[in-house]
Design a protein around this ligand. Structure first.
Ligand code: ATP
Length: 254
């Protein structure tokens, strides 16, 4: 089953006060099947954040459409957008986006509080997730009392708590040291193996090599994609590196 369908997405930023307009996306088309783990790579300025913003319905495309479970995002009324995001998407950001005045537990439960879920049900939902992520003992701590890796695991728990159709991750390992990066990538692999669909924007070849497929964005389009298939992480890593070199040196589209 197709979870996400992106059709001929185009985004032109038009400056309000003169200046040149920027075409950030020209014609992006791809889809993501249920249970897939897809990474998106591309040079700085290639349009990755722009794309993620469209997928999250945080910004509107100039042309084209994004469908989640077959439903066009453009059909969602403005006032229903935050509820839509809360109910169907999970977000993981580079800088965690935890609330400093809430402990980890309240950060993780926040989406359920906003959904009006019964308090007892919240705990039932949360405990298996935080145990799996290894942060069950840190729930009373505040973000400034835990490490970057632990903060990011709390952010993943918050993303998972609503059982979203799709996790959108923007450079999730960008602020982590190598040990925490490995741990977080392990978490992503496990949640993907348990069926969670993940779309991750990353500059890290290591992170991308854990995904099942990597899309390369260049000049506002999906320029190329590679599937992991039977390759080991190491083989896929080499394959991704070679593709990035090919893109950077202006290689031919395949
Ligand atoms: N709000 C905006 N207004 C005008 N131009 C923008 C806006 N946001 C992004 N751009 C431009 O659109 C292009 C794509 O930017 P985007 O941030 O999507 O790239 P990116 O691939 O995410 O880059 P990075 O890897 O550095 O985060 C760039 O030329 C950028 O300057």
């Amino acid at each position: 089953m197709t979870v996400l369908e992106v059709e001929n997405l185009k985004k032109i930023y038009r400056p309000r006060f003169g200046g040149n307009q920027v075409q950030a996306l020209s014609k992006v088309t791809f889809s993501v099947e249920e249970g897939e783990y897809v990474a998106i790579m591309g040079e700085s300025g290639s349009g990755k954040t722009t794309l993620l913003n469209m997928l999250a319905a945080l910004d509107k495309p100039t042309e084209g459409e994004v469908y989640l479970d077959g439903k066009p995002l453009s059909a969602i009324r403005e006032k229903d957008l935050s509820k839509f995001r809360r109910d169907h998407l999970g977000f993981v950001f580079q800088d965690f986006n935890l609330l400093d005045t809430f402990n980890l537990k309240d950060n993780i439960l926040l989406p359920l509080v906003l959904q009006g879920v019964d308090y007892r049900k919240m705990n039932v939902r949360m405990m298996p997730i935080v145990k799996e992520l290894g942060i069950a003992g840190l729930l009373e701590k505040y973000p400034y009392e835990v490490s970057g890796g632990q903060k990011q695991r709390a952010a993943v728990a918050r993303a998972l708590i609503t059982d979203p159709r799709l996790i959108l991750a923007d450079e999730p390992t960008g602020a982590l040291d190598s040990k925490s990066t490995d741990e977080l990538l392990g978490v992503f692999e496990r949640i993907n193996q348990s069926g969670q669909t993940i779309l991750m924007v990353t500059h890290s070849v290591k992170a991308a090599s854990k995904a099942g497929r990597v899309l390369f964005i260049k000049d506002g389009e999906v320029f190329h994609q590679v599937y992991k298939g039977e390759q080991t992480d190491e083989q896929f890593y080499q394959n991704i590196s070679a593709t990035l070199t090919m893109l950077a040196t202006g290689g031919e589209r395949q």
